[in-house]
Design a protein around this ligand. Sequence first.
Ligand code: HEM
Length: 363
Amino acid sequence: MATRCIISLAASILAVALVSVAAASACLVVGFYDRTCPAAETIVQQTVAAAFRNHSGVAPALIRLHFHDCFVRKGCDGSVLIDSTASNTAEKDAPPNNPSLRFFDVVDSAKSAVEARCPGVVSCADILAFAARDGVKLAGGVGYPVPAGRRDGRVSREADANNDLPAPTSTAAQLVDNFAAKNLGLDDVVTLSGAHSIGVSHCSSFLERIYNFTNTTDGIDPSLSKAYAFLLQSVCPPNTTDFFPTTTLFMDMITPTRLDNKYYVGLANNLGMFQSDVALLRNATMKKLVGSFIRSDAAWKRRFARSMIKMGRIGVMSGTQGEIRRNCRVINPVNAIDDAGAHHVLPGSAGSSSGLSTGVATS
Ligand code: HEM
């Protein structure tokens, strides 16, 4: 595996001169752009840090964007960043994403700055993975190296986001199945749910729990602290969805902007915002892990970094697969896929300047 990655990295570097490259093993390496765009990770970090100084919500937004990129369809291919067109509703406009995904403009800024320095080299999927890592660090989490070399996909469909993303009403078994479909384990479910230690939710994501919960006299989910439920009701009236669709609340009542283990402390005190959060207490193995994270912030942070790296590997394309999108919102227009599936790039086009211009579009 390591040898294949080294070959892949060498091949990518060679490709700049050789126009096409055959190696396409789906593996990633830390420092992938060391030779082709050494400033890439620093540029992304500086862009994210500047945006974070203006709004602390940038960190959770980027982490969630990366998650929603990786969990939908094939995996981390930057498809969540693609805009809808007249003939296609993209992932970002699916109900689990719109209007809740935010700060796409931060990714755009990072991409523009990187493109200005090294055009056609760094994928949008990698920029998003770097940006999420930077968000984790800025919000108080641990830093971690991001293996890179992802290629961008050319497909983004609303239906895939609807099908692949876990619902906030998920049970423990549904979460485990959903993550298993992406080769992630029960421990990753518990560990990555800790991302809800920062960021906000719209009322619509938990309204049912505070007004219409089945088999209760007051309509409130009994696994929710009454005081917390009343607080949620005061901010989110029953008609919220119609009249206040943009109202949001922090998900972690204890340290809302700090990426730490207090999410788990809140969970154990009936302050979990979604049924999917509470589900972590319904399975004995998960509950044990929650307990261990409550006892050690450092242990959770270490595992969180590991799980983020694992998530960032889901279904990635590398080598000559996919493309390096020039604008993260738009599939490269110069590329055309004919009926036989052959992938063409016009001479001197965006794709060819990276040297990774030929091959078969696999997405
Ligand atoms: C386990 C299954 C999960 C479910 C059901 C779930 C569901 C949700 C929901 C419903 C929201 C609020 C959306 C809104 O109404 O605005 C949210 C927010 C968020 N989620 Fe998750 N999530 C899950 C796992 C994850 C994972 C694995 C990550 C990252 C590693 C993550 C990171 C976040 C972040 C950071 C926010 C806040 C976003 C912001 O402030 O812009 N979630 N999640």
